[in-house]
Design a protein around this ligand. Structure first.
Ligand code: DQA
Length: 159
């Protein structure tokens, strides 16, 4: 069974406790269980990984870049947290693995928030973006990844 990585960046381990008005009351383990269940329904093994460290996220992207080339992974759903707005290194990691489709995902609608959240260094390297649908966005992103990246299922996208 091919793998999909659900990758979460800094402070997302605090989901459920952290600013619930912004991010809701669902914990990260519950979000990860939701993602694994969605993966099973879609026919994929979902691996979940969270780090507060930029390097940990970069290493995981490199690992999945290798798995993608070996056809053992389909892609990645990635909420980079605040590194979205600061990290050239994450942009370069996604570009650097050359091929791994990454769906950027944000729980809150970052464009309705502070101006410093309006720019993403990750978006130009992403295959697509899901923003503002709460934690359901992770499942939407998984479905979007599967629909668009499965061989020959989407004839509408350029290859
Ligand atoms: C976030 C939005 C970011 O601006 C913020 O720093 C986060 C969470 C979101 O999921 O809405 O940590 O990525």
């Amino acid at each position: 069974m091919k793998k999909i990585l659900v990758l979460n960046g800094p402070n997302l381990n605090l989901l459920g406790l952290r600013e619930p008005a912004q991010y809701g009351s669902t914990s990260l383990p519950d979000v990860e269980a939701m993602c694994r269940a969605a993966g099973q329904r879609l026919g994929y093994e979902v691996e979940c990984f969270q780090s507060n460290w930029e390097g940990g996220l970069i290493d995981k992207i490199h690992e999945y870049g290798r798995l993608y080339k070996e056809r053992l992974a389909l892609g990645c759903v990635f909420n980079p947290g605040a590194f979205t707005h600061t990290s050239v290194a994450l942009h370069d990691a996604i570009k650097g693995v050359d091929g791994l489709p990454v769906v950027e995902c944000h729980i809150s609608n970052v464009h309705a928030r502070e101006p410093f959240r309006h720019h993403s260094f990750v978006s130009p390297a992403a295959a697509g973006i899901v923003i503002g649908f709460g934690v359901q966005g992770y499942v939407i992103a998984l479905e979007a990844l599967v629909r668009t990246q499965e061989q020959d299922t989407d004839q509408t996208l350029p290859r």
